[in-house]
Design a protein around this ligand. Structure first.
Ligand code: GTQ
Ligand code: FE2
Length: 316
């Protein structure tokens, strides 16, 4: 062992380190490594009734000609956070009135949406193709694809956005570009698209599906989304009166209620939910549903990301 000089001291050493962007790893009050996840993100729930009412008010107050998007961010109520829903993902409600547009742009974050209300006049233009958005449809706008929204229908369109913006913020490769034509007016309507999973398809698949073997997800359909590298999407049909097996995973699970009624206990907190609601079970938060009326839950996860890292763990 090196012998300290007569005049040196730990205090003096720490003084030097502080000016050199070094910190003594041996002296950390809070360890950087610990045996189990700290679980900073909280279980949380957002009511569609509240989000819808707020967006209706915003419809009179916020002009989509000025705002990039008329959206309501569902931020996780953890200390100091006003944006992300989980460490990797953010969810938001968005609304367009009949006759309105949300101009086209592209960004490195991946995005998708689940349609809650609207008629066949509402659409997303993705890379020059117009995709119809009907309730229950899922519309993908993968990283760097051009996308804008329009409502040429007769009723307001409401949907839920999911983006991996918090991941991109953490890693920093954020790029954003407005579309040169603003509204991509030349976009042509298409019947089918790899970026649209119509509810008619999902519903038929769910009817065919058998109960998934873990007992957690009811009759489950995993959506075919090879264009999304960070997220995996599932539709889970649960029968009234059932109590699916509890679930704990290192992945984020954002649940959105396509139909039905029930409640979910997430790490000790119980949330009553109904159609259009969103709730989040962040990493390593055990959670269990109780299904009151036949329900379909849309489950957005960051499983591919956790798998790629070799860190997807699920409780056996
Ligand atoms: O629809 O393009 O909620 O770019 C947040 C950012 C929606 C969108 C959001 C976005 C969008
Ligand atoms: Fe966008």
């Amino acid at each position: 062992m090196a012998s300290p000089t007569q005049t040196d001291s730990l205090e003096a050493l720490y003084g030097t380190l502080a000016t050199q962007s070094f910190d003594a790893g041996w002296n950390k009050v809070t360890p950087s490594l610990y045996p189990e996840p700290k679980k900073n993100y909280l279980p949380a729930h957002w009511r569609y009734r509240d989000g819808r009412a707020a967006l209706e008010r915003a419809g009179h107050l916020v002009d989509t000609e000025l705002a990039e998007r008329r959206n309501l961010i569902m931020f996780n109520p953890r200390e100091g956070n006003r944006y992300s829903t989980s460490p990797t993902l953010v969810a938001a409600y968005q609304m367009l009135l009949p006759g309105e547009h949300a101009r086209s742009h592209r960004h490195t974050p991946n995005a998708l949406r689940l349609i809650v209300e609207g008629d066949a006049g509402s659409y997303t233009a993705v890379d020059g193709k117009r995709i119809t958005m009907l309730p229950g449809d899922v519309v993908l706008t993968p990283s760097w694809s051009w996308h804008g929204h329009g409502n040429a229908g007769n009723i307001p369109a409401y949907w839920i956005d999911y983006l991996d913006v918090p991941l991109v913020h953490a890693l920093e490769p954020m790029f954003f570009e407005p579309h040169p034509d603003e509204f991509e007016a030349s976009a042509v309507p298409v019947e089918s698209s790899p970026f649209r999973i119509p509810w008619t398809w999902t519903e038929a698949e769910l009817q065919r599906a058998k109960a998934e073997s873990s007992g957690r997800f009811g009759r489950e359909v995993t959506l075919d989304t090879p264009s999304l590298r960070t997220m995996r999407l599932h539709m889970d049909a649960h029968a009234a009166g059932t109590k699916p097996a509890p679930h704990r995973t290192t992945a984020t699970n954002i649940y959105s209620v396509v139909s039905g009624k029930g409640n979910t206990t997430i790490d000790g907190t119980t949330f009553d939910w109904e159609r259009g609601d969103v709730f989040v079970a962040p990493s390593w938060r055990p959670h269990q549903h109780r299904i009151e009326a036949d329900a379909v839950l849309f489950r957005v996860t960051d499983e591919p990301l956790m798998e790629m890292l070799g860190m997807l763990r699920e409780e056996a």
